[in-house]
Design a protein around this ligand. Sequence first.
Ligand code: HEC
Length: 186
Amino acid sequence: MKWLIPAAGLALAGCNVPSEFLQRMEAQAKYEYYETSEFWADGRSMRTPPEGTVPRERPVGNPGMTTGRVNGTLVSGIPLELNREVLELGQKKYNIVCSQCHGRLGDGNSVVAENMALRLPPSLLEVANKPDGHFYVAINEGYGVMPSFSGELNTQERWAVVAYVRALQRARNSQAGGQPLPQENR
Ligand code: HEC
């Protein structure tokens, strides 16, 4: 059977492959939107989804939790019970996924930042007045030239990172004596 593979390669390289062998997927038999159908008794090709099913793209559960927005507005508040465990998870994930660009302290001082020509990773301490949803959405969807990190972090980990970024902001934007600076505004 080994000879079949080079033979197929040669056939394709020749470009004279009869169209029945190289049929494009878009040329397959299919229904277009709103087309009539003789197959179904009601004559419609578009079917009603079975009861109880949801489209893959529709976030399930609490949209504020999964998307960081409710009706288009960024959420304020982290939808997790905040405790030491969550903050430690956030710290671990922040240090692995974010710190190489935004710095271990969130201040934008990192080796990557020093050497990045395009756009420097900003200090996360200076955007402390933005709502929690802003940070979640940046992680989940990406922000400008920064890609999404939703593949690296699950929903809980993303919120844990947001909580840790908040902790960095709180720690670094506070004056000695624990008085938060006005810009912290939380
Ligand atoms: C590869 C480098 C890189 C990594 C890794 C990275 N970022 Fe970013 N981040 C950037 C850059 C660059 C920008 C600015 C993008 C722009 O303005 O186009 C940015 C922007 C942001 C912003 C928006 C800041 C603002 O002005 O409001 C947030 C929030 C943020 N990043 C959070 C994170 C978090 C949290 C992580 C880890 C999950 C992370 N980033 C990982 C490079 C990075």
